[in-house]
Design a protein around this ligand. Structure first.
Ligand code: AMP
Length: 279
C-alpha cells in the first residue's frame, strides 16, 4: 500500500476512471471499514482519502479537536487491502490564490437540507471537498455511508448533475454499522464519557420507535419523547420521504427517520429506513 500526500504522487499511482474510492476524515472505525471492505469487494484498485476538511466545519465547531490518528488509520487500511491512502494537507486541497471553487449547491438545492439549518454552509463544504477529491482521484465507484444519509443524497445528486465532469461514476451507499447496543459508530463517539454514551443511546432508541410507529406524526412525537427522556438537545427529529427528504403524511412510500441531537456539547446524528406500509 502506498501512502501519498501530493497530487503528483496520486497521479503517478494511476488508474483514473477505474478506482474504487472511499473519502474519509480519518479516525477510522468499523463503519469506515465496512465502506473499505465494500470497495475491496469490487476488485478495483482502492483509494482511501484521509482529510479533515476545514470548509465543512463552522467556526465554533470541532475542527481543531477532531480526532486524528494517522498511523493507526494507515495500518488499518493496509490490513483491509487498500492500495493507496491519499492524505493531502489543506494547501494541497485548496491552493492559496486559487479561485475558490463555486459551491455546487444550486445543483442540490431541491433537497431540503436539514443539517444546514443548524450547520449553515456544511453541505457547501462537503460538496466542495468531494468535488475536488472526485476531480483528483477520478473514481469509477465512490462509497459513502448511510450514517450520513443526507450527505449520501447530496453527493448522489451532485454526481448525477455532472455526468461529463465525472463520467460513469457510480455512488454506492453502505448501511450504518452499529455497536451491539445499537449506537451508530462515529468518530465523535470518542468525545463521550460513559454517562454521555448511555444518553447517546437515546438516538437509536428514538429512531427505532419511529420505525415501529404507524404514522409520521406519531413517529416524530415518539422520537421527541425519547430524546427528551435521555436529556438530549434536539436539532431535528423528523420523518421524511426517503428519496426527496420532503415531509410526508403517511408511510405509503419508503421513508427515513432522521435525528440530530446534542449530548451536552457533542453533536450526533443518526437515521433509519422506515419501510412503506398500508394504512
Ligand atoms: P467521516 O470520516 O465521518 O467523514 O466518514 C467517512 C465516511 O464513512 C462517510 O461516507 C460516512 O457516512 C461513513 N461512515 C461513518 N460512520 C459510519 C457508520 N457507523 N456506518 C457506516 N458508514 C459510516
Amino acid at each position: 500500500m502506498k501512502v501519498v500526500h501530493t497530487i503528483e504522487e496520486l497521479r503517478r499511482g494511476g488508474s483514473p476512471g477505474e478506482n474504487a474510492f472511499v473519502p474519509t476524515m480519518g479516525a477510522l472505525h468499523e463503519g469506515h471499514f465496512a465502506l473499505i471492505r465494500r470497495a475491496v469487494e469490487t476488485g478495483r484498485r482502492v483509494v482511501v482519502s484521509i482529510f479533515v476538511n476545514p470548509t465543512q466545519f463552522a467556526p465554533e465547531e470541532d475542527y481543531e479537536r477532531y480526532p486524528r490518528q494517522f498511523e493507526a488509520d494507515c495500518e488499518a487500511a493496509r490490513d483491509l487491502g487498500v492500495d493507496m491512502v491519499f492524505a493531502p494537507d489543506v494547501e494541497t486541497m485548496y491552493p492559496p490564490g486559487d479561485e475558490p471553487p463555486v459551491p455546487l449547491l444550486p445543483d442540490v438545492a431541491k433537497l431540503p437540507r436539514l443539517e444546514d439549518a443548524s450547520r449553515p454552509g456544511h453541505f457547501a463544504g462537503v460538496c466542495q471537498v468531494v468535488a475536488r477529491l472526485f476531480d483528483l482521484v477520478q473514481p469509477r465507484i465512490a462509497i459513502f455511508g448511510e450514517k450520513d444519509y443526507q450527505q449520501l443524497l447530496v453527493i448522489r445528486t451532485m454526481a448525477a448533475h455532472k455526468p461529463k465532469r465525472w463520467p460513469h461514476l457510480e455512488i454506492i451507499g453502505v448501511p450504518t454499522v452499529r455497536e451491539l447496543d445499537g449506537l451508530a459508530l462515529s468518530s465523535r463517539n470518542a468525545y463521550l464519557s460513559s454517562e454521555q454514551r448511555d444518553r447517546a443511546l437515546g438516538l437509536v432508541k428514538a429512531i427505532r420507535r419511529a420505525a415501529a410507529a404507524h404514522h409520521p406524526e406519531s413517529a416524530e412525537a415518539a422520537m421527541l419523547e425519547t430524546l427528551r427522556e435521555h436529556e438530549l438537545n434536539v436539532d431535528y427529529a423528523v420523518v421524511r420521504d426517503a428519496s426527496t427528504l420532503l415531509p410526508i403524511e403517511t408511510f405509503s412510500r419508503p421513508a427515513r427517520a432522521l435525528i440530530a441531537a446534542h449530548v451536552d456539547d457533542v453533536r450526533l446524528i443518526d437515521n433509519m429506513a422506515i419501510s412503506e406500509r398500508d394504512e
